[in-house]
Design a protein around this ligand. Structure first.
Ligand SMILES: *Cc1c(COP(=O)(O)O)cnc(C)c1O
Length: 385
């Protein structure tokens, strides 16, 4: 059996042949003009995906969590008041990072499976007097989309600097950094962008890093955006060695995104999610998230009742070569998280997945039909606009 696995979990997502080939190109030095041209091309394409015009837009060397930490430590210093709007594991991670950076952190929590409540968040912004507010656009632990535009409006009213986690949304659905007037928006390479994990795209609004008190340098030297800006900007001053091959891969993934166009790409993600959900409902697997808060990149359902869900996933992986994920935190053993991200958001990937799930369910005594699942998925793919 081949070791190739179709990655349909919440990331990493499948990577196309052209991106894999970019990884194996001969290296260039990190100050070679031809390498710097790749970084510039990435910056342009990321601005398109982020809806950003910010000069400082580049991939942080590290996964999405490194980009998250870069956002936090560059805007939070000891005693600065921070409001984190949290509705899952990744919001909790923002709280932990803001506390480590010495922030005076107020946490506002929303139940798992629910989005951030914009009215409640508005009240919290006002009562806390927070100077920084952080939120996760697409919460990957639960598959919930929060209304960032509404939160951004409240942040504008109070003057708080807005940090938005778009790790599971960027490249799969609209992200509007300029329209949100966000201070920092960040993401990860291995979800809807379709590159391997190890880079964390970030965009920093011009002027957003000002106001830091003297004597409170950024907690992390490696993630100090002011220092890194001197390399990614026109000065080209060495800070750390760029991960050259990863940059090639991300540049290629973003070229593919630009060629496809954002509108087509978002449509493809919506179609894939609809196709997947249609088939899962054939199996009686119900969404844990209300219709109006669903993500096009991730579907979270209740696993089949009365069976060992972890054993089913293991069988899906080892016998069928398809990876999906279980639940996190309070949803451990209570959720299946299935991604339709990047190259996973294609009809072929969805059909392979749902037919394989049907076979696994059948082998475990359930009445699931691969043909019916494929038919439901194909019909939903065609109907979705
Ligand atoms: C995956 C993810 C992260 C962390 O990314 P890593 O690449 O695992 O470090 C952060 N936020 C969200 C919403 C994510 O889905």
């Amino acid at each position: 059996m081949s070791d190739e696995v179709l990655l349909m979990g919440p990331g990493p997502s499948p990577v196309s042949r052209r991106v894999l080939q970019a990884l194996s190109r001969p290296l260039l030095g990190h100050l070679d003009p031809r390498f710097l041209a790749q970084l510039d091309s990435i910056a342009g394409d990321l601005r398109l995906a982020f809806g950003s015009s910010a000069a400082l837009t580049f991939p942080v060397s590290g996964t999405g969590s490194a980009a998250m930490e870069a956002a936090v430590v560059n805007l939070v210093w000891p005693g600065r008041s921070v409001l984190v709007l949290e509705n899952g594991i990744f919001g909790e991670r923002l709280v932990a990072m803001a506390e480590r950076a010495g922030g005076k952190v107020v946490r506002r929590s929303y139940p798992m499976g629910s989005p951030v409540d914009p009215e409640d968040a508005r009240a919290a912004l006002r009562s806390s007097g927070a100077e920084v507010v952080a939120v996760v656009h697409a919460e990957t632990s639960t598959g919930v989309c929060s209304d960032v535009a509404a939160l951004a409006q409240s942040a504008r009213e109070t003057g708080a600097q807005l940090i938005v986690d778009t790790v599971t949304s960027l490249g799969g659905m609209p992200v509007e950094m300029d329209a949100w007037d966000a201070a920092i928006v960040y993401s990860g390479s291995q979800k809807c962008l379709g590159a391997p994990p190890a880079l964390g795209p970030i965009s920093v609004r011009d002027g957003a890093l000002g106001g830091r008190p003297a004597g409170a340098p950024v907690q992390s030297w490696y993630l100090d955006l002011g220092l890194i800006a001197r390399y990614v900007g026109s000065e080209r001053l060495y800070h750390h060695t760029a991960p050259v091959s990863m940059v090639f891969a991300l540049a290629e993934a973003l070229r593919a995104l630009r060629e496809e166009g954002l509108a087509e790409r978002f449509l493809r993600h919506r179609k894939a999610a609809a196709a997947l959900r249609a088939a899962l409902s054939e199996f009686g697997l119900q969404s844990r998230v209300a219709q109006e808060h669903l993500l096009p990149s991730l579907t979270v359902v209740r696993p089949p009742e009365g069976l060992d869900e972890a054993a089913l996933r293991r069988e899906l992986l080892l016998a069928e070569g398809i990876e999906i994920a279980g639940g996190l935190g309070a949803w451990k053993a209570q959720a299946w998280r299935i991604g339709t991200m990047g190259e996973g958001a294609r009809l072929g990937s969805v059909l392979r997945t749902v037919q394989a799930i049907a076979r696994v369910l059948r082998r475990n005594g359930q009445s699931a039909s691969p043909a019916a699942a494929a038919q439901a998925a194909t019909a939903a793919w065609k109907e979705t606009r």
